[in-house]
Structure formats: structure tokens, C-alpha cells
Design a protein around this ligand. Structure first.
Ligand code: COA
Length: 386
């Protein structure tokens, strides 16, 4: 095949049995399990193990994985020291990419990927996956305090992944409903077939680089506003709109200028993203729990979604995962520039599952190109150039 398809739309980049989506029916499954069931009944820990191992764990397997995750939460103090030298105005995703890359220097061992005997050592792959997953949350929350000039809050071993994240972020145990909602958000963001960041992880992984650098490559890719960065943009957009009354004139202006509506549209879904439906429901659950008291931005978002349906639905542009996630994170007291970092914490499970799958039958990615430049020109010495 030598036809060039921009954005590789519709071009299979790999074979995978990790997740699948039906963009016409709005169905997403991880290892064959519907996302709705996982968000309702599973935990981020269980879903991560499902993604990594390919099957739902037994009670004992899950307990052991959970123990490993809890034990690996601390990061060496040198990482915290490095963070102190980063500009506090830097974006958390830039910090996260830099810190994850640094972890590779403090926790080496990637010779396991190139040593002939140890290559594809499942133990190594599992242990690295645990370490990276466990430490992602610590890096994100550590930065929250360091950039404000405070000491970070050490992780706790007695809390679930989601509850510990909120604890390290705020320094107090979270409302159990908020911890449960974050748990569901992490599940919903954990995996999504071959998206841009997962593809970046696969390309990096195929070179047998260290798993930290695999994840760092993926973090850099997730950060862009056309991918994971959209959740931050959604909140900024809702703030700019201000109130439900302003939605329609605002939307008219944006569409007339051919501007993007953040949190809308998806390459694969031509109906509402099933994750957006679940996140919207979680927002309603929280509203009920709080006696109706949530940010007025929710009302603006509902009106915007309705107006977008009328104007963009025919093009197959509907709310995606980023449309409601930021609203939930705001309700958890998380600043908008940290939303994409939470996405990265969750998606790390999917990246690592794909890294493992890639290693099983690895061949380095080396696609071709359609060359459109000049051919074999004569070199002109600088004195003769005009
Ligand atoms: N707002 C307004 N119009 C949109 C739109 C949006 N968010 N997303 C797509 N469209 C329109 C495009 O303008 C195009 O219209 P046209 O055919 O009249 O030119 C049509 O829908 C197809 O869009 P296209 O950009 O070709 O889709 P894509 O598959 O290349 O891009 C996204 C997919 C996700 C990058 C795109 O929808 C987008 O930029 N969304 C906003 C960012 C976002 O929320 N990203 C998170 C994704 S989970």
C-alpha cells in the first residue's frame, strides 16, 4: 500500500487485543468488558491489571497487585529536589514528562529489554509497570505542592489509588463519593485503542527503549490540545462563555470563524462518546450528593452540548471524553492545568499494556513516506548564492 492518508486515518498500525471501540454504536470495551460495567463495578487497580494481564484477576491476584502498587508509591527524594529547580509556571505535563524520564536514571534495569536471555522477561515488564503506575500519581501530586513552595504530602499505604491521589493532592482524606468518582474517571481514561499517545508509546517501545522513556514519549503526545489537553481547554471555554444565555451567540461566532469547540468531536466516534455519557451521569450523581450545589459551569456545559448537537451532530461531531471530565476534576478542587496530568496517570495503564503487547512480537516501527521535495541538486557554494 503506498497511498498516503493524512493522520493515518483508517490505517491499522498494529494488531491488539487490549481494547476495542464501535464508533457508530458508541461502544468501548477493555479486553471485551464494557466500559460502563467497569466504571460501575471495577476499580482503577483491577482495571489496570485487566489491561496488563488480559483477564479479570482473582481476589488474591488483585490483592497482591494492590499491595505492590501501594508499596511503590514513594519516589526518591532526588526527584523532588529536581522538581524544585523547575519553573513553577511550567505546565504540569512538561514537569511530568521530565520527571518520568528522570525516573529512568534513578531506577534503571532496562538491560532486561536487550539482554538476549532476559528479553521479554514478563516479570521485569510487570514490575516496571507497577513501579511506573504507582509513581505517576506521586509525581503529579508532589508537583502540586512543590510549585506552590510547600513540601509534598507523602503517600499513604492504607488508601486506594484514587483516594490516595486526592489525599496527596489536598492533604486530607477525600469524601468517599469523590474518591469513587475519581476512581471511575481513571477507569474511563485508562485505555482507548491506538490513539496518538498510545501510538507514540508503541513507536518508542518498538526501539526497546526503557519503559520510563516509553511513557515519557506518550506523555508528550497526550499533552497537545487535540488530544488529552482538550479537558483543560473545555474549562477555559466554559469560563469564557460565562452563562447558559451566552451559549448560542458564542457558538455562532466560533463556528462562523471555523474555530474548534473543545471537548467535541472524535476521529472514531460518530455518536456521543460513551465515556462522556458516564461522566455526565457522575456529575449528576455529585450534584445530587451536594444538594444541587455544583459549579454553574455545568449548566453552561449542558446548554453548549445541546446547541452543539443541533449545529454539529449532522457532521458526526458529539461530546467526547474531555467534555465533562474537567468539570468533575474542578469539583474535586483540582486546578485546570492538572486535568491532563490526571488523564496521563490513568492512561499510563493502557500505554503499559500496549508496551507489553508490542514487546511480545516486536518489530521496530519504520514507516515509509511520500517524498515531495527536490531530487539530487548540485551544491552551490555560499559565495555563488543569490
Ligand atoms: N468543533 C467544531 N467543528 C469540529 C470539531 C470541533 N471540536 N471537531 C470536528 N469538527 C468538524 C471539522 O471542522 C470538520 O468539518 P468540515 O468537514 O466542515 O471541514 C469535520 O467536523 C471533521 O473534523 P476533522 O477535524 O476532520 O476530524 P478529525 O477526525 O481529524 O479530528 C479531533 C478529530 C478530535 C482532533 C477534532 O474533532 C477536534 O479537534 N476536537 C476538539 C479537540 C478535542 O476535544 N480533542 C479531544 C479528543 S478525545
Amino acid at each position: 500500500m503506498n497511498e498516503y492518508l493524512p493522520g493515518l486515518e483508517g490505517v491499522p498500525a498494529t494488531k491488539s487485543n487490549i481494547s476495542d471501540l464501535d464508533g457508530k454504536r458508541g461502544i468501548l470495551t477493555y479486553r471485551g468488558y464494557r466500559i460502563k460495567d467497569l466504571a460501575e463495578h471495577s476499580s482503577f487497580e483491577e482495571t489496570s491489571l485487566l489491561l496488563l494481564d488480559g483477564r479479570l484477576p482473582t481476589r488474591a491476584e488483585l490483592a497482591e497487585f494492590d499491595r505492590q502498587i501501594r508499596t511503590n508509591r514513594p519516589v526518591k527524594y532526588n526527584i523532588r529536589e529536581i522538581m524544585k529547580y523547575l519553573p513553577s509556571t511550567g505546565h504540569p505535563m512538561e514537569m511530568l514528562q521530565a520527571s518520568v524520564a528522570c525516573l529512568a536514571m534513578f531506577y534503571p534495569g532496562d538491560e532486561c529489554l536487550t539482554d538476549r536471555d532476559m528479553c521479554r522477561d514478563l516479570n521485569y515488564v510487570h514490575n516496571m509497570s507497577v513501579k511506573i503506575l504507582a509513581r505517576m500519581a506521586t509525581l503529579v501530586t508532589t508537583w502540586q505542592h512543590i510549585r506552590a513552595g510547600y513540601d509534598p504530602i507523602p503517600p499513604r499505604k492504607d488508601l486506594s489509588y484514587a483516594a490516595n491521589f486526592l489525599y496527596m493532592f489536598h492533604g486530607e482524606e477525600p469524601d468517599p463519593l469523590l474518591a469513587r468518582i475519581l476512581d471511575a474517571c481513571l477507569i474511563l481514561h485508562a485505555e482507548h485503542t491506538i490513539n496518538a499517545s498510545t501510538f507514540a508509546a508503541l513507536v518508542a517501545g518498538s526501539t526497546l527503549t526503557s519503559p520510563y522513556l516509553v511513557v515519557a514519549a506518550a506523555i508528550g503526545t497526550l499533552a497537545g490540545p487535540l488530544h488529552g489537553g482538550a479537558n483543560q481547554k473545555v474549562i477555559e471555554m466554559l469560563q469564557e462563555i460565562g452563562s447558559p444565555d451566552n451559549v448560542r451567540p458564542w457558538l455562532d461566532r466560533k463556528l462562523a470563524n471555523k474555530e474548534k469547540i473543545w471537548g467535541m468531536g472524535h476521529r472514531e466516534y460518530k455518536v456521543k462518546d460513551p465515556r462522556a455519557t458516564i461522566l455526565q451521569k457522575l456529575m449528576l450523581d455529585l450534584m445530587k450528593h451536594r444538594g444541587g450545589s455544583v459549579s454553574p459551569m455545568f449548566e453552561t456545559a449542558l446548554t453548549l452540548e445541546e446547541a452543539c448537537e443541533e449545529r454539529l451532530g449532522a457532521k458526526g461531531v458529539w461530546a467526547n471524553v474531555d467534555f465533562y471530565s474537567g468539570l468533575l476534576y474542578s469539583e474535586m478542587g483540582i486546578p485546570s492545568d492538572q486535568f491532563t496530568s490526571i488523564f496521563a496517570v490513568a492512561r499510563c495503564a493502557g500505554w503499559l499494556a500496549h508496551w507489553r503487547e508490542q514487546l511480545k512480537d516486536n518489530r521496530i516501527f519504520r514507516p515509509t513516506q511520500v517524498y515531495t521535495g527536490e531530487r539530487e541538486r548540485d551544491y552551490v557554494p555560499i559565495a555563488e548564492r543569490t
